[in-house]
Design a binder for this molecule. Structure first.
Ligand code: UDP
Length: 326
């Protein structure tokens, strides 16, 4: 099978590429390297087992002719190319909205034209400012005002979901939508704000771990290999078409406890530094205080359970980051 992965040089995309290469499939990647990196793909492009089965195009998904050719060649499409991380959204709001809205529209238009099944990687950001847990796919959505630019990411991803569902309802496009909850693992960089690679890096260097706010906000982390497994299973399940699924983990943890865990795990002498949100992100920011996925829907359809517990995720990430900094 030929698999197209937009954003395939990114953190999650590269793990998805690896999974399909291991299965013996051909992987086509398009990535503009805005946040992805060819280093993420180097283990596979140089692996003789994958000779002539990985094809990388460095370009934007907004390039119609390139996307026309790639979508035409491939059997299924994973659309992962997007603006990444809250920091990117706040620093490059226009570019981020354009990539998310126009880019996804392009991917969907071509998948519809060639009748190719497509998985859209959306985000738990879409839920907005809820305090309850768990968040389920049928929940209402609550955003802050448009002056708080963080919500532009959520709103643009929500529009992606609506567009995919509209193509499904109108033209029968086989589209599967996933909402990801804080995916982590090796190859994720802290450069775009993600908390675990940042804390691990700070702990390994003996720097203070920078907690934004009071650290009582919570998250639920998912190991990237679990996400990849869910993606592949959903794409192989007919009933997933035209549906939205949370893909997440099960252990809710405060950011303060996470910092303490990482300090203990690395044996670091680092201390914790609390930084007000306004100092970290400027005044146009507000955080999501809680983010826990309801997993009943995906569990019922494909029997999905995350396999890697948080402590094990952290051990693997620490080992990988130790290796890359030595
Ligand atoms: N965070 C933090 N220190 C950091 C980076 C992030 O305290 O150096 C917090 C951030 O404010 C959020 C949580 O960790 O509450 C998760 O942030 P991340 O950017 O990883 O993902 P998000 O859930 O915000 O998309």
């Amino acid at each position: 099978m030929k698999v197209l992965i937009t954003g395939g040089a990114g953190f999650i995309g590269s793990h998805l590429a690896e999974a399909y290469l291991e299965r013996g499939d051909e992987v086509y990647i398009i990535d503009d390297l805005s946040t992805g990196s060819l280093d993420n793909l180097q283990p596979f492009t140089e692996d003789p087992r994958f000779n002539n089965r990985i094809f990388v195009t460095i370009d934007t998904i907004l390039n119609h002719n390139v996307m026309l050719e790639l979508t035409g060649i491939c059997d299924i499409v994973f659309h992962l190319a997007a603006a990444v991380g809250v920091r990117t959204i706040l620093e490059k709001p226009l570019e981020s909205i354009r990539t998310n809205i126009q880019g996804t529209e392009k991917v969907l238009e071509l998948c519809d034209k060639f009748k190719k099944k497509v998985l859209i990687a959306s985000t738990s950001e879409v839920y907005g400012k809820h305090l309850h847990a768990p968040l389920v796919e049928t929940d209402n959505i609550i955003y802050g005002p448009s002056s708080k630019f963080r919500w532009s990411y959520a709103a643009s991803k929500l529009m992606d979901e609506f567009t995919a569902l509209a193509y499904y309802r109108t033209n029968g496009l086989k589209a599967v939508i996933t909402r990801l909850f804080n995916t982590v693992g090796p190859r994720q960089t802290g450069a775009y704000g993600m908390v675990i690679p940042r804390f691990v890096d700070q702990a390994l260097h003996g720097d203070s771990l920078t907690i934004y706010g009071d650290g009582m906000q919570t998250r639920t982390f998912t190991y990237v290999k679990d996400v990849v497994r869910a993606f592949i299973m959903l794409m192989e399940t007919d009933e997933a078409v035209g549906e939205v699924f949370n893909v997440g983990g099960i252990e809710e943890i405060t950011i303060r406890n996470l910092a303490e865990k990482i300090i203990a795990l690395t044996g670091s002498g680092s201390t914790i530094e609390y930084i007000p949100y306004e100092k970290a992100f400027g005044k146009d920011f507000e955080d999501m205080m809680r983010r826990v996925p309801g997993m009943d829907k995906i569990r019922a359809l494909i029997g999905y359970e995350p396999e890697v517990p948080l402590d094990e995720m952290l051990r693997r990430i620490v080992a990988a980051q130790k290796g890359s900094s030595s």
